[in-house]
Write a protein that binds this ligand. Structure first.
Ligand SMILES: Cc1cc2nc3c(=O)[nH]c(=O)nc-3n(C[C@H](O)[C@H](O)[C@H](O)COP(=O)(O)O)c2cc1C
Ligand SMILES: C=C(O[C@@H]1CC(C(=O)O)=C[C@@H](OP(=O)(O)O)[C@H]1O)C(=O)O
Length: 388
């Protein structure tokens, strides 16, 4: 299974094509819209999210509520396009008029300058339109297809906020998966810890007031994965590596860790590796889950626990120094609108990109043309693992 996305932030629409989904899987636009709506919410978002109402139009690959096995095409319209039609339309324009509207002032921390140098654009609108995290709506649509598949296979996934601007939510190991999903949905910062929720909101409000931005850490948990998904035999079949790639590729993400992650470097092996235990009912398990569900690029059968670090949003109301690419004059970047914190939204994006990688690995390992055959094969494999 693979996917491609196309579309600019203020262009007509975002398009996603997902190829390789088995035939006969129940799928409706409601499955996808629920995910798109969650991505739009979250404390700290700017005015753009009041303009957009992300709804998917499934244009191919689904009939009467079931997948056909053919590519699934999905479109999400940009409602903001109506304000940008003359700037973002595909027809040639009056060059003199266009030069006046050219973006020549790169923002520190965004893709503007590097993208302009790479593609030879003097108008950095050509960069910012596609480098914008608007594209994550298209990625969430692809991930929602994957998530629907995982849910039907008894694999559940949730994303939430672990930390914002150094304010950390305590882990809640006592919560069931259903409770985690419920609490992540209920909180406007997607945090499972009620006691720190308000502190996080206050930190976001303060950053906004200061014209600044803040980042944080998102966390994703996956439960119900059997052991042995992924592979150790080649670098690009290691599932933890693929998940790390997917998470790192989310706009503004600067790092990824599994389980205790970087803390592992500070502990002796005896305090890191998870002891192996066995019981008649459950088969093999680990006593702890410090390694976050992976050993040797394969799932261990323990919950997958992955964190991703998001840097603060680059576009700031508080000016940072930059240099105009035409005049070479130093200027202080000033902006019209931006998010001040998008960590809660990014937790939803992360949940969906992780879901996609897991679903992709499953489809590589089991029969993948017919959904019912896939379900039977997974059930059978789970039993084999239990009796191993
Ligand atoms: C959900 C989400 C919303 C974002 N909103 C903004 C924003 O409003 N303004 C901004 O400058 N960057 C925003 N970003 C971050 C930029 O898209 C990102 O920093 C940029 O594409 C450069 O890529 P890099 O940070 O990965 O190097 C957002 C990121 C995410 C995940
Ligand atoms: C549009 C979305 O996020 C955008 C991501 C983004 C950026 O530079 O990454 C910049 C902002 O866009 P605009 O300049 O139009 O306000 C965000 O609103 C979205 O998440 O759907």
């Amino acid at each position: 299974m693979r996917y491609l996305t196309a579309g600019e932030s203020h262009g007509k629409q975002l398009t996603t094509i997902v190829e390789g989904v088995p035939a006969g899987m129940p799928l409706t636009s409601a499955n996808i819209n629920a995910s798109l709506l969650r991505r739009q919410k979250g404390h700290g978002r700017g005015k753009r999210m009041q303009i957009e109402k992300d709804l998917v139009d499934i244009c191919g690959g689904v009939r009467h509520g079931y997948t056909l096995g053919s590519p699934i095409a999905m479109v999400v319209k940009n409602d903001d396009f109506k304000h940008w039609e003359d700037i973002m339309g595909e027809d040639p324009v009056d060059v003199d008029k266009e030069i006046r509207r050219t973006v020549s002032r790169p923002r520190p921390g965004h893709a503007d300058l590097n993208g302009a140098i790479k593609y030879g654009h003097r108008d950095m609108r050509n960069i910012l339109e596609r480098s914008s995290a608007r594209e994550t709506a298209a990625r969430v649509a692809a991930g929602a297809v994957a998530k629907t598949m995982l849910n039907h296979l008894g694999i559940n996934i949730v994303g939430f906020v672990h930390e914002i601007a150094g304010i950390t939510a305590q882990d809640k190991p006592e919560l069931s998966m259903e409770e985690k999903i419920e609490q992540s949905e209920a909180s406007s910062v997607r945090c499972l810890d009620k006691t720190v929720e308000q502190q996080m909101k206050d930190a976001i409000d303060q950053a906004k007031k200061d014209g600044d931005s803040i980042g944080g850490i998102c966390e994703v948990h996956v439960e119900g994965m059997p052991a042995g998904i992924g592979s150790y035999v080649h670098y690009d079949r290691k599932l933890d590596a693929r998940i790390a790639f997917a998470v790192q590729s989310i706009n503004a993400f600067k790092g990824v860790e599994f389980g205790i992650g970087f803390e592992a470097s500070r502990r002796p092996g005896s305090k890191v590796h998870d002891e192996i235990i066995w019981s008649e009912e459950e088969g093999f398990k680990r006593r702890t889950n410090n390694l976050g569900g992976f050993e040797g690029g394969m799932t261990s059968g323990m919950p997958i626990v992955v964190k991703g670090v998001m840097k603060p949003i680059p576009t700031l109301y508080k000016p940072l120094q930059s240099v105009d690419i035409e005049t070479k004059e130093v200027f202080n970047a000033s902006i019209e609108r931006s998010d001040s914190c998008a960590v809660p939204a990014a937790a939803v994006v992360m949940e969906h990109v992780v879901a996609f990688e897991i679903a992709r690995a499953i489809l590589e390992q089991f029969p993948n043309d017919q959904f019912e055959k896939l379900q039977v094969a997974i059930d059978q494999y789970r039993e084999e693992v239990r009796c191993f």
